[in-house]
Design a protein around this ligand. Structure first.
Ligand SMILES: [Ca+2]
Ligand SMILES: [Ca+2]
Length: 80
């Protein structure tokens, strides 16, 4: 069980470590991977696994409610 969890985490980490350009192409996938509790929002706690999102969290959270909604996430990280 622990072993399975570890490989699942490793997979998610690989997805989340994608460079910025690739990140934009798979933004929906990254959002799903970050939203570990599936509430449709990425909290600062959930964002912590990705340095890029953590660093830009305040900019992405445009309404300042300390979570990034799907709309905010796509606006911040999606393709132009
Ligand atoms: Ca969440
Ligand atoms: Ca927000």
């Amino acid at each position: 069980m622990l072993k399975l969890t570890r490989s699942a985490l490793a997979l998610v980490f690989t997805i989340l470590a994608l460079p910025r350009a690739v990140f934009a192409q798979d933004v929906a996938l990254v959002f799903e991977a970050l939203d570990t509790n599936d509430d449709g929002l990425v909290s600062l706690e959930e964002a912590r696994v990705n340095d890029f999102v953590t660093e830009s969290f305040d900019d992405a959270d445009t309404n300042g409610d300390l979570v990034i909604s799907r709309e905010e996430f796509f606006a911040a990280y999606g393709p132009e």
